[in-house]
Design a binder for this molecule. Structure first.
Ligand code: HEM
Length: 527
């Protein structure tokens, strides 16, 4: 009996010591994690017999990322089903902090809700987080990852982005200002035609913004009622809306669902086929007209393909890359800027005195002429309005998800390879640590002494994945807004009519709910 007890005690002590040793090894390795020494941890743990045990212990990464508790099998899927995801993710930040994790099926996501954390991941450690999630549905929408926005960070993607970036730069240097001015003047004519009646301007804004891109891309502009334009818009909008829906994202996290009938997914496939038909027609027409000159983006891209073939032997870019770049520019270029303009008018209806201040500044500084982009630094009130709308309603509120392409860290937390990183730009722009009264529309915060800093704004993301159209978008929002506010006063449809709802509808693009407005022409006081 004594012998049995002592054998049992020795066994228990042995197991306890073994466990303690295991735990101390792990805690030692985790300490190294936090200091960024991931390699040491990986080799020690993964090569040893502790590898499996390590995965199941609760302190497998220390400090462990906070986050809401998940449900059996589906994890935090329900958190992603909210109708206004940016607002919901921002409210979770109040409970779990500016960095937290969500588990969804086999995917771990880390949500970043402050400018500092977003900059750390996207700018400072850009090469760790430049990937895009490997996604079944994303592959379908992007023809196997061949678009710039959804393609993963590979040599092929880098050559593709370089090619498009070069083409954009060349065309924009030559003609961007003129193209935007022309569309702004056309928009003015359209608004004059409404003669101050109450109308929904969102479609006019979309046509103006997308005409900038189609002029740059193909040298072609459209009328609002052009069936070709309507077809293109309805198809691209549908793809963006469907791809942003949870019916589709569930297919990425739960592969088993792919075997079940899914009418939303069938619609997505149909719209992608329709999109490809339209773009192919456009490109064929363009090529048949023998307009392969470098004045348009398409011409420049097609010429660039030939050059790349001869200089970069390892990477072969094809017509499909030109096709998908066109899709990227059309999607990126129309809904975003148009949504931004609709937001601006909506906010101005809530605070008409801001509109008056911008108008007075335009009259004083420009003395009757139309603005140039180079006037930017002489128009601080207009710029403060632009910055405040970009802050309150970043039109791509959750950017596009990134993926860690190697083990890394953010804010001292270990982030393993393949973690999906969601930069919550909306959350960062409402961070109470950075912005006083973050939910109020106060352009004056960006004026001298107002306390707001444009450095804390990240509406275009950053690093390797910085919005490819950033310079186009900045010039567009500046010139369109200046032209509109110089010539029109925006008023509610009737004296006591309810003002536009400012909560918005969030998908990939954050849009304001449709509303009507009167654009009353300003008296002609200019020379
Ligand atoms: C107000 C207007 C716009 C805003 C706020 C905006 C914002 C953004 C954001 C936040 C991203 C994601 C960055 C990331 O992944 O970290 C993005 C990506 C992108 N945007 Fe924009 N954008 C605007 C206009 C445009 C325009 C006019 C174009 C094209 C002419 C464009 C083309 C793109 C493309 C191609 C990407 C993908 C970049 C990549 O993955 O490397 N965007 N944009």
């Amino acid at each position: 009996m004594v012998l049995e007890i002592s054998a049992a005690s020795v066994g228990a002590v042995f197991i306890a010591v073994l466990l303690l040793w295991v735990l101390s090894c792990i805690s030692d390795q985790n300490h190294k994690h936090v200091q960024g020494d991931h390699k040491a941890k990986k080799t020690a743990v993964q090569s040893g017999p502790l590898h499996y045990l390590y995965q199941f212990l609760p302190c497998s990464s220390s400090p462990s990322l906070p986050g809401p508790p998940g449900l059996f099998l589906i994890g935090n899927m329900m958190e992603l089903m909210h109708d206004h995801l940016p607002i919901h993710l921002t409210s979770l930040a109040q409970r779990y902090g500016n960095i937290y994790k969500l588990k969804c099926g086999n995917t771990t996501m880390v949500v970043l809700n402050s400018t500092d954390f977003i900059r750390e991941a996207l700018v400072k450690k850009w090469s760790d987080f430049a990937g895009r999630p490997l996604s079944y549905t994303g592959d379908i929408v992007s023809r196997g990852g061949l678009s710039i926005s959804l393609g993963d960070y590979t040599e092929e993607w880098k050559a593709h982005r370089r090619l498009v970036h070069g083409a954009l730069k060349r065309c924009c240097q030559k003609s961007l200002h003129d193209v935007i001015e022309r569309q702004a003047l056309h928009l003015r004519k359209v608004l004059m035609g409404y003669k101050g009646s109450a109308v929904d301007l969102s479609e006019d804004f979309t046509v103006a913004a997308s005409n900038v891109i189609t002029t740059l891309a193909f040298g072609k502009e459209y009328d609002k009622c052009s069936p070709e334009l309507q077809q293109l818009h309805s198809c691209l909008n549908e793809i963006v809306a469907l791809w942003g829906s949870s019916w589709i994202s569930a297919l990425d996290s739960f592969p088993l669902l792919r075997n079940l009938p899914n009418p939303v997914f069938s619609r997505l496939l149909k719209e992608v086929a329709r999109r490809d038909k339209i773009i192919t027609q456009h490109l064929n027409k363009y090529q048949s007209q023998d307009r392969e000159n470098e004045d348009t983006i398409t011409g420049s891209l097609l010429q660039g393909l030939g050059k790349l073939h001869s200089t970069e032997h390892e990477v072969l870019l094809t017509d499909t890359h030109v096709h998908m770049a066109t899709v990227d520019l059309l999607i990126g270029g129309s809904e975003t800027t148009a949504a931004w303009l609709s937001w601006t008018v909506a906010f101005l209806l809530h605070r008409p005195e801001v509109q008056t201040r911008v108008y007075e500044e335009l009259c004083t500084v420009l003395e009757g002429r139309y603005p140039k982009y180079s006037d930017k630094h002489r128009l601080p009130v207009l710029c403060s309005l632009i910055n405040e709308v970009l802050r309150l309603r970043p039109v791509a509120p959750l950017a596009v998800p990134h993926r860690a392409i190697r083990d890394s860290s953010i804010a001292g937390y270990f982030i393993p390879k393949n973690t999906v990183v969601i930069p919550n730009l909306f959350g960062a722009h409402h961070d109470p640590e950075v912005w006083t009264d973050p939910y109020s529309f106060k352009p004056e915060r960006f004026l001298e002494g107002g306390g707001g800093s444009t450095r804390a704004l990240v509406p275009f993301g950053g690093g390797a994945r910085l919005c490819l159209g950033e310079s186009i978008a900045k010039m567009e929002v500046f010139l369109f807004t200046a032209y509109l506010l110089r010539d029109f006063q925006f008023l509610p449809p009737e004296r006591d009519a309810p003002l536009p709802d400012l909560r918005g509808v969030a998908s990939i693009v954050l849009k304001v709910k449709s509303y009507t407005v009167r654009a009353r022409p300003r008296p002609v006081t200019h020379p």
